[in-house]
Design a protein. Structure first.
Length: 743
């Protein structure tokens, strides 16, 4: 019998299940040089359960079973796409274990990575979540997660193929399945941007924002085809290795909420098409079903265990898989063909933007300029992309490698927030000491961004309640890198000025203030800024009760000022790491319209450190009148209230000089943040020492108040909520219900 005849018999033997081991003569040859069946792996969707696919691929490599093509849906598309790009199963395993999944499913960059101006947005008590404003309509994002960080993870892992025209040209031919959101039809992606295709395939509607590709709006492929066996067969597969990690249907007892019932409904719909596909299994196909139990589709914290369960499942089919094994020589040839192209040695000779990013071309070019002329460094690229994303303009910000003739470089793709560029934020602030003293404020912030190519903004705050005010600032960057800026602003505000003696309120005034500012400044990276300018304030006071002569009826200030600010704090509500610092000098001058001449200096410094659930905060604030007239009561510094001598009434201590130091400890309790209404909770203690003084020479430890505060804090979507009890060494105490910013 000739070689071709024996090859035919070997192929026939495999088809009926006898296996290659019966063809001794053919098995001794390099098997990639003879005819063998085309083996395709099918990887289903299933969220975190799909990490079991990695275990399956690891054992297939161990058994030296070649994979000639891969078709995947959702997480199956991600694992399959990474393998198709040339990564080994062990490399994928390492990558998945190193990913901070909780962080990857958040869009907002860490607070430290935000532009300095964006960090100041949360200095007020406004809700963190901004709504969009377009043509009078209020808009929401298209998904709870825009997928920026996940997209960047995939980009780093598959950068060599970001401009691939055909997935058939990958080290292993590949198909990803998504769903057309308009028609509901399955979309088989076989060319284009590999990272974007994987991202589109797992865009669960409502959770991840859809991906726009080739004029279609794409979401999770599991809605249309969760087990793409027919896709694999269309790639010329003779044998399918099908891995199904679908979630089991729940029993009646398990369906106790609307959410669990909705999940059951989706599972039923997904299973119907998967069952149809499984009905087409042929005798030579191999079905692998990892025993994942009730492992959740969102349980990415169980990476190691889920991968291990995938390995266990495939070993059950080891006998059948042995028939597909290549000999050592042939498998080495197969392995070498799968090695990906190295891109990290590429040189960045230019940076360009795509057509949809022209609006941001100057800003992007200025930010990415330091990369030009250097060897591609993905860490540096990610840092610059993060700085751009921290401006707050983009829904997604991505990049691909590009070539102009013999020159290599990159193309940046910026997509404006679909619910922007104008935004609306609301806020609520309240303070109640359970002794009849309550303060309530509700606010709205209107933000108009991207007014010009340099990123000018108009910010307007409107507040009603105990402290009504209207504030508007126009912020104009002066260059593409946003280093220099000018910021004129205006403010109209009404506020209370209580006067206390021995912690007893003896008078109360209502101040009405009108202020105009002209600020100039320079940003110091994303960690700080320097400002200087001119402020003019006119104030009128109305007595509510008490001696009207304690406060002058009108009050004017005209001043130069300068301020330096530093902010590397990770969180303003419950900081765990980092620090903030500010120092401001005000120079009131009579020739500028001030009622008196004086120089005032105020500083504030806070540092936070944490270990596991425990956090320590040191926080000091001080202010002084350097020379000249100390001014009137309405211009004095005040202390008292929550974290500001907590045993005393708010604003009960007034003076031209003040200092306060705080040592704060809090510990996270429970498993906060894992349920819909299960907010992170903290128990804490604050020790405070400080006072105000009429003369700097009077400042001393003995004359300072010593206070303590015990509190329970909740980090809610409305902002931090505190319940506390404060004590002062004079014997005074106070109780608090507090909603709003404190640090």
């Amino acid at each position: 019998m000739g070689r071709s005849g024996l090859q035919f018999l070997c192929g026939w033997a495999l088809t009926v299940g006898i296996g290659w081991h019966t063809c001794v003569w053919a098995a001794d040859l390099p098997q990639d040089s003879i005819a063998r069946p085309r083996i395709c792996v099918v990887l289903s969707g299933g969220g975190a359960r799909g990490l079991a696919h990695i275990g399956v691929l690891k054992v297939l490599e161990e058994l030296k079973v070649p994979i000639d093509c891969i078709a995947g849906t959702s997480v199956g598309a991600i694992v399959g796409g990474l393998y198709a790009s040339g990564m080994t199963a062990s490399q994928i395993d390492t990558a998945m274990r190193s990913v901070d999944w909780q962080e990857s499913f958040r869009d907002a960059p860490p607070r430290r990575a935000l532009a300095f101006r964006r960090k100041q947005d949360d200095r007020n008590f406004l809700v963190r979540f901004p709504l969009g404003l377009q043509h009078g309509d209020v808009l929401l994002p298209k998904g709870l997660i825009q997928g920026q960080k996940l997209q960047q993870q995939l980009r780093r892992l598959t950068l060599s193929f970001s401009n691939s025209t055909s997935f058939d040209q990958l080290p292993t031919p590949f198909r990803a399945v998504a769903t057309d959101l308009e028609t509901g039809n399955a979309v088989v992606m076989k060319s284009g941007d590999l990272a974007l295709a994987m991202r589109a395939s797992m865009s669960a509607p409502g959770v991840f924002a859809p991906v726009e590709m080739d004029g279609r709006l794409l979401v999770d492929g599991g809605l249309a085809e969760n087990l793409p066996m027919d896709v694999a067969r269309s790639m010329g597969a003779d044998i399918l290795i099908v891995v199904d990690v679908r979630f089991p249907l729940q029993s009646r007892e398990q369906m106790k909420s609307a959410l669990s019932i909705s999940n059951q409904m989706i599972a039923i719909l997904v299973r119907k098409d998967a069952d149809r596909q499984r009905a087409t299994l042929k005798p030579q196909d191999i079905l692998i079903e990892p025993m994942l139990g009730i492992t959740s589709s969102t349980d990415f914290g169980e990476v190691v265990n889920t991968i291990a369960l995938g390995e266990t499942a495939v070993r059950v089919a080891a006998t059948r898989l042995a028939s597909l094994r290549l000999n050592d020589t042939a498998y080495e040839q197969y392995r070498l063909r799968r090695q990906p192209t190295e891109t990290n040695s590429s040189r960045i000779e230019f940076v360009q933007v795509d057509a949809q990013s022209r609006r941001y071309e100057k800003t992007i070019a200025a930010e990415m300029q330091p990369l030009i002329g250097k060897t591609l460094n993905l860490v540096q690229v990610d840092d610059h992309i993060a700085d751009l994303y921290g401006l707050g303009y983009f829904e997604t910000l991505d990049y691909v490698l590009a070539n102009h003739g013999t020159k290599s470089g990159m193309e940046v793709r910026a997509r404006r927030k679909s619910w922007g560029p104008n935004y609306l934020r609301f806020g609520l602030n309240l303070q109640d000491d359970f002794q009849g003293n309550s303060r309530y404020n509700a606010a709205a912030r209107f933000i108009l961004t991207e007014i010009d190519p340099l990123g000018a903004e108009l910010l307007t705050d409107a507040q009603i309640g105990s402290n009504p005010k209207l504030v508007s600032e126009f912020y104009q960057p002066m260059d593409a890198q946003r280093r220099w800026f000018v910021a004129p602003s205006a403010r109209i505000e009404a506020r209370d000025l209580p006067i206390y003696r021995n912690d007893i309120e003896v008078a109360d005034f209502r101040l009405r203030e009108v202020e105009a500012d002209l600020d100039f400044g320079r940003n110091l990276g994303n960690w700080g800024e320097v400002r200087a300018g001119y402020h003019r304030l006119n104030s009128a006071a109305r007595v509510r009760f008490g001696n009207p002569n304690l406060v002058q009826p009108t009050f004017n200030r005209g001043q130069y000022f300068s301020k330096v600010s530093y902010d590397r704090l990770d969180n303003l509500d419950f900081p765990r790491d980092g620090q903030t610092f500010s120092l401001q000098w005000d120079a009131d001058r009579s020739n500028l319209g001030s009622d008196f001449a004086a120089d005032k200096l105020r500083g504030d410094w806070l540092v936070a450190r944490s270990r596991e659930r425990n956090t320590w905060v040191l926080w000091g604030t001080a202010g002084t009148t350097l020379d000249g007239n100390a001014g009137k009561l309405q211009d004095f510094y005040s202390l008292g209230g929550f974290f500001n001598l907590s045993g005393l009434s708010p604003g009960s201590v007034l003076g031209p000089h003040f200092a306060i130091g705080r040592a704060i400890y809090f510990r996270k309790i429970g498993r906060g943040g894992e349920g819909l209404l299960d907010f992170p909770a903290y128990l804490g203690l604050s020790l405070e020492i400080g006072n105000t003084w009429n003369k700097r020479g009077d400042i001393s430890y003995g004359s300072a108040h010593k206070d303590a505060l015990a509190f329970l804090g909740l980090d809610t979507f409305l902002g931090p909520v505190y319940f506390g009890s404060g004590y002062d060494d004079s014997g005074n105490n106070a109780f608090y219900l507090f909603l709003g910013r404190t640090f």
